[in-house]
Design a protein around this ligand. Structure first.
Ligand code: HEM
Length: 170
């Protein structure tokens, strides 16, 4: 059975709210990092690559890659599952992000990518399909903020929590 809307909702959510927002790495040798678009330096010259010496700590933001306006468009910060109901924009295809999951970096890419991503994807779909058949969920009138630190969490009144009104469907 294909459930395109459920699939689109999961992808839309995983793009905008990646549970792991960034990963840290330390270079083990001198490295040259190419940049996707040239950067203008403080001297006014265009920089096409960055020299990174061995032993440099690097923060790789999965959230920034997932919400880059040059890739996803001006509405990059909006939750729009319908993006996945048709063809993705050419800018997303052309970006060739190395992520293992649906043109985004949520589960990373390369040899240390998440090995549990298919399990996680299946689990979230099963849980949603079972719960949504039996319960109605609604957000309360509270100011919910998303704290996008290394692990993302919803916060209300300074405490990590996600209050919800849950009603049994009879
Ligand atoms: C929505 C759920 C999940 C997300 C967003 C996620 C994301 C990630 C990310 C970003 C990494 C790379 C971390 C790094 O290298 O610094 C990672 C690694 C890993 N994940 Fe997941 N993960 C999820 C669920 C799972 C599940 C369900 C499992 C196991 C059943 C799992 C097992 C692993 C393992 C073992 C690694 C380490 C892989 C390695 O270093 O070679 N993950 N995950």
């Amino acid at each position: 059975m294909t459930l395109p809307l459920l699939d689109a909702v999961c992808k839309g959510t995983m793009r905008l709210y990646p549970p792991v927002t960034s990963v840290n790495r330390t270079t083990t040798c001198d490295t040259i990092l190419p940049v996707s678009v040239p950067i203008r330096s403080t001297e006014g010259t265009l920089v096409h690559e960055v020299h990174v010496p061995k032993g440099t700590d690097i923060v790789v933001s999965l959230l920034c890659a997932n919400t880059n306006k040059a890739i996803w468009g001006d509405d990059a910060e909006e939750w729009k599952p319908e993006r996945w109901l048709g063809d993705l924009p050419q800018s997303v295809v052309d970006a060739k992000l190395p992520g293992i999951y649906s043109n985004m970096m949520t589960f990373l890419g390369g040899s240390r990518a998440c090995i549990g991503f298919k399990f996680a994807e299946l689990e979230m779909k099963v849980v949603l399909a079972v719960l949504l058949e039996r319960f109605k969920f609604a957000l309360p009138q509270k100011d919910i903020r998303w704290q996008m630190t290394i692990v993302a969490s919803p916060v209300v009144d300074g405490k990590a929590q996600l209050p919800m009104n849950v009603e049994v469907i009879v």
